[in-house]
Write a protein that binds this ligand. Structure first.
Ligand SMILES: Cc1cc2nc3c(=O)[nH]c(=O)nc-3n(C[C@H](O)[C@H](O)[C@H](O)COP(=O)(O)O)c2cc1C
Length: 478
């Protein structure tokens, strides 16, 4: 059964020892961030900071570990990727309701005061407090199709926010269309605290004409319940904790940033449009959500990892059916480094698959292809493959003048985001096509033996896993 909402997920985390409550005062400015980083470093629990100086309990760290991601997907390590692929294969349209918990409290006009919310500061040189957990719901002004995605919002003052929407992400594309139509403003909503599968839907790679709520429905196996907002024409999850309805104003800019970003570096401050809240709506007893970002791994990275891996796997298999697994490790920001495993069907196919990944909207900077016997999630095995199956002069290539990856501090940051270029490194660490591999005395690719190109014997020791070595039991804790 799908989680009904954010609270349902919190209850599941608590039941599995993955959520604690802290009664003492913890300050939203840097102290919450320190606590969340400390917990993340030990793959520790999510935390409810009950005493944070506001009337809203603050929850952080709900995406900070793989074990919590598995609880979100109600899956195991063995079936989580297949469960996501199955979810992506079905689309379930949302349903509209008028009776929405998120409308239990409605604040409008002069009563709006963003300083009442426990908005955190995460890194010391951040330009101000940031909402990092918010999901923007915006509609394509031409088609009306809704998009959901995470976007950072800086608190400027109690009635003003500013935000970053990178040009290759759909919120920015929707804004660009509105501007082209001559609009000076654009209305959308920022949603806090949802069923985790709505949050995990955001990074899923789909075409721009996709209704993301249908994707979320497929992943949940049940429709998302939506309610129409009070001051715009956007529909938001009816059981969300809190929604900030806003109007972005492109005639007025403020300095937004710096922010310690997912790359592990500050993005410099720059002039950005303002967003004025037009309404704040929330449930009785609403939770606000903190989300740690910064030097990987953080919640930001875990939140993107499974959706990006499943999306790439789905994309690759359409053209390369022997692709088995894909890893987008947090060490590369869950963005810049991709490993895929496949059994090439003909010479050059691994390189073609690498190019396919390079041209995805993830914009990775290093893509490695390995054979299926290599565990793509195990960096030791990947390095072993690149050490002994790869010849740099033959198997490494660089593609230049690609669009730069998002917020890459090594690209030319003096240029606007849409003008930055980057390059990508491809490494084909699969055995040269036609190599016959022998493991434990048996040739693995007898079909290739006729090519007779090369013969490699893996020096593993047959039967070591099953070998009974009782003395070890005393020294290695189980
Ligand atoms: C926690 C988090 C924060 C993010 N913040 C931003 C942001 O401030 N601006 C942005 O353009 N993308 C941001 N992203 C990335 C996009 O939300 C994400 O890549 C999404 O897939 C882009 O939307 P689209 O696929 O609908 O175009 C963030 C992602 C996460 C997980």
């Amino acid at each position: 059964m799908a989680y009904q909402d954010f609270r349902d997920f919190l209850a599941a985390l608590q039941a599995q020892g993955e959520l604690i409550e802290v009664e003492r005062h913890v300050a939203p400015e840097l102290e919450v961030a320190k606590a969340l980083r400390k917990s993340a470093a030990i793959e520790g629990p999510a935390v409810i900071f009950k005493n944070n100086g506001s009337n809203f309990p603050l929850v952080g760290g709900i995406y900070n570990s793989r074990s919590k991601a598995l609880i979100a997907f109600q899956s195991t390590e063995d079936n989580v990727v297949q469960n996501i692929l199955d979810g992506l294969a079905r689309r379930i349209p949302p349903v509209l309701t008028e009776n929405a918990p998120v409308h239990e409290n409605i604040v409008l006009g002069d009563d709006i005061d963003l300083s009442a919310l426990p908005i955190c500061k995460y890194s010391p040189d951040d330009g101000g407090p940031y909402i990092t957990s918010g999901i923007v719901v915006s509609k394509d002004p031409e088609t009306g199709v809704p998009d959901i995605g995470h976007y950072r919002f800086e608190l400027i003052d109690k009635k003003t926010l500013s935000f970053l929407a990178l040009p290759n992400h759909r919120f920015a594309k929707n804004i660009a269309k509105a501007l082209q139509k001559g609009q000076k403003t654009f209305r959308a909503s920022l949603v806090i605290g949802v069923d985790p599968l709505i949050a995990y839907t955001c990074p899923i790679q789909v075409s721009d004409d996709t209704n993301d709520f249908e994707v979320a429905g497929g992943l949940r196996g049940a429709p998302v319940e939506l309610v129409k907002c009070r001051t715009n024409d956007v529909e938001v999850p009816a059981r969300a904790e809190l929604v900030i309805e806003f109007e972005a104003d492109f005639g007025t800019t403020v300095m937004e940033g710096p922010l310690g970003e997912y790359t592990g570096y500050y993005t410099p401050g720059a002039a950005k449009p303002i967003a004025r809240p037009t309404a704040i709506t929330y449930r009785n007893g609403a939770y606000f959500q903190a989300l740690l970002t910064g030097v990987p791994p953080t919640e930001n990275h875990i939140l993107k990892q499974l959706p990006f891996e499943a999306s790439l796997l789905q994309q690759l298999r359409q053209r390369f059916p022997t692709v088995q697994r894909v890893a987008v490790p947090p060490s590369g920001g869950t963005q810049f480094y991709v490993v895929l495993s496949m059994k090439p069907r003909f010479a050059g196919e691994a390189r073609a698959a690498i190019l396919d990944v390079m041209s995805s909207n993830l914009r990775p900077k290093r893509v490695i292809a390995v054979d299926p016997d290599i565990d793509v999630q195990d960096s030791n095995q990947v390095e072993w493959a690149t050490a002994f199956r790869m010849q740099p002069a033959r198997d490494v290539f660089i593609m230049s003048d690609l669009p730069a990856g998002p917020l890459d501090p090594s690209s030319d940051e003096s240029l606007p985001n849409d003008q930055r270029l980057g390059s990508a490194l491809g490494i084909d660490a699969t055995y040269p096509y036609g190599t016959v591999i022998k493991v434990a005395g048996e040739a693995c690719s007898p079909a290739l033996a006729e090519h007779g190109k090369e013969f490699l014997e893996v020096a593993d020791i047959p039967g070591w896993r099953a070998y009974d070595f009782p003395e070890l039991r005393k020294t290695v804790p189980k």
